[in-house]
Design a protein. Structure first.
Lengths: 255, 328
């Protein structure tokens, strides 16, 4: 556990001494800010419209602002995650520092967990920035905070799963660009798989859409903690980290 | 300290290391010698548990590299060919990271960092970014990293490659000074380096063990089949080198005679011979012919010649002759 923490701290340091972390934080904050402003603008516009018609429609901040916002962040996350994970192992393999890690008295699992955790912490700090926007909603409205917390939990779980997959892909190559591009492709695929459910209801289509990470975010964005979806993400995390461990081990045989 | 038995590493298409066996005793500096691509790095990587052997075993300090890799890793300091530095870290920070990774406690670590910085002469770059260091400093930080946890065994992969002559000397001195506390294996393809720093040599070529012996023994062995320098002079008048040469060539066991140096009344010949007692015969021949034998001495042999002899095609099957592994 101590070693995991040492690795995690080292990774976080290298995120935050290079521009990577700040670039990601800034990009995420700006994009999220834009979405927030847009959705809130539309919400206010609809409020004014219903007032002008003279009939007060029931409006719900949770339903009409927070929920679409959370869904949007989950998709933005798909685009930024490859940038977080691509360097994790590819960089170490390129510079040869992987030899230091692999010949130190730490287990592969500790190294992998440390690296993955650092990626999760970076993503969490990106999410933390977005919480600033919600402060405004709480200042001027009275949304229910529980669905918001569950939504954020869902975001974190979803990102954890994709980060685990990205970590795995990063062990496969020395080239960060390849790792990033492949992770991006997989993330994108895991998103669009859900689209088949739009026109097809056969079993294969249901299976495909079930595999999509977006399908399982649905309930979280509504503020529902569905164990089925949570288990899906946790399973994906385990799968990703397990594959990473196998891949690390195979390095010892392939060089 | 290190025992290697039939160690083999096979990849899909070729065998990088082929049934290598040797032994290294505590406190020794051993040179691991071979041309590029001979399997030096692969062997070292197996000793450090970075690679798993295909077959055979290796133990370090009594622990098996495959079964008890954790114990082995604790006792090994490893400097790969490319020093494993993180360019975005500062020297002290990096040593702190490596030290804690090796399991040192905080108080121990502070002491060790000061110690290794002084030992490896990197005090003046303690707060510099590793990415900005020159090659010589990078190598020394790499070495500092390898000894930070005071390991029993140090494995250094080409520690002097890419350094300038002054740095090479400094690094060699540093490595020599580390012997005693540590058992050291260093790989190189530079022969004088082994002559200067090592007590024992392990020569491998194309993945196969060619020889393991002490440096002086190897030189002696090669010398047995090597050349002699003979200086022949004449007390009165001139001497005809051609005559002397043809006379020397007649001595049994002599394979080649070459005139190396000629002055009015003395000539130096290089006589190559097979192993045997040619020296006495040479002396007798010279004296009986009425010349003076001014000098008769073995020509100095560098490891270079040994190496070429052992790895070259001329010595096609030298493995039979080699002294068994582990003999001091």
């Amino acid at each position: 556990m101590r070693n995991t923490w040492i690795i995690c701290r080292k990774e976080l340091r290298s995120y935050f001494v290079s521009p990577v972390a700040y670039l990601l934080l800034a990009m995420f904050a700006v994009i999220f800010g834009f979405f927030f402003w847009n959705i809130l603008g539309f919400f206010v516009f609809r409020g004014m419209e219903s007032q002008m018609r003279g009939q007060m429609m029931p409006m719900n901040v949770n339903e009409e602002v927070i929920r679409p916002l959370l869904s949007n962040i989950s998709v933005i996350g798909l685009f930024l995650i490859p940038m977080i994970t691509m360097r994790l192992f590819a960089e170490e393999k390129r510079t040869g520092t992987i030899e230091l890690l692999a010949t130190s008295p730490v287990s592969d699992v500790e190294v992998i967990l440390g690296k993955w955790l650092s990626a999760v912490v970076l993503y969490a700090s990106m999410l933390l920035l977005t919480a600033l926007n919600f402060l405004f909603i709480f200042r001027y409205g009275h949304p229910d905070w529980k669905p918001l917390v569950i939504g954020y939990l869902g975001l974190l779980l979803q990102a954890g799963a994709l980060l685990a997959i990205g970590t795995f892909i990063s062990t496969l190559t020395k080239n960060q660009i390849i790792a990033g591009a492949a992770t991006f492709g997989v993330c994108l695929l895991l998103w669009v798989l859900e689209w088949v459910s739009g026109y097809e209801t056969a079993t294969w289509a249901r299976v495909m859409s079930y595999m999509s990470v977006i399908t399982h975010f649905e309930s979280f964005s509504k503020g529902l903690l569905d164990s089925k979806d949570a288990v899906f993400y946790v399973t994906l995390i385990f799968l990703g980290l397990f594959l990473t461990a196998r891949s690390m081990e195979s390095l010892r045989w392939r060089s | 300290m290190i025992t290697v038995t039939d160690l083999t590493k096979r990849y899909a298409r070729h065998t990088a290391v082929d049934h290598i066996s040797f032994e290294v005793h505590k406190g020794q500096i051993v040179g691991f010698l071979g041309p590029n691509g001979a399997g030096k790095t692969t062997t070292m990587r197996m000793l450090t548990c970075f690679l798993s052997p295909t077959s055979g075993t290796a133990t370090v300090a009594g622990f098996d590299v495959l079964e008890q890799s954790f114990e082995v890793k604790k006792r090994i300091g490893y400097l790969p060919e490319m020093p494993p530095l993180y360019p975005e870290m500062r020297t002290a920070e990096y040593l702190q990271f490596v030290g804690s990774l090796k399991g040192l406690s905080k108080t121990e670590l502070a002491k060790r960092i000061d110690y290794v910085c002084e030992r490896c002469a990197i005090l003046d770059v303690k707060d510099k970014l590793l990415g900005k260091l020159s090659k010589g400093y990078r190598q020394r930080v790499g070495l500092a990293q390898a000894i930070i946890h005071n390991p029993d065994v140090l494995i250094l992969d080409e520690p002097t490659s890419g350094l300038d002559p002054k740095q090479i000397n400094e690094t060699r001195e540093l490595i020599k000074s580390l012997a005693g506390d540590h058992t050291i294996i260093l790989s190189t393809h530079i022969l004088p380096e082994v002559e200067q720093t090592c007590e024992q040599v392990i020569i491998i070529n194309k993945g196969k063990l060619v020889a393991t012996d002490s440096v002086s023994n190897l030189q002696n062995r090669a010398r047995g089949a090597e050349s002699l320098l003979v200086e022949v002079g004449a007390r009165n008048g001139l001497i005809d080198p051609v005559k002397v040469q043809s006379r020397l060539e007649l001595v049994s066991g002599v394979t080649r005679v070459a005139l190396k140096n000629k002055r009015d009344n003395r000539s130096v010949f290089e006589v190559e011979s097979r192993k045997g007692l040619v020296r006495g015969d040479l002396a007798r021949v010279v004296v009986e012919a009425g010349w003076d034998l001014n000098e008769l001495r073995p020509a100095a042999v560098s490891l270079e010649e040994v190496f070429l002899q052992l790895t070259g095609d001329a010595a096609a099957a030298p493995t039979e002759e080699t002294v068994p592994a582990g003999v001091k």
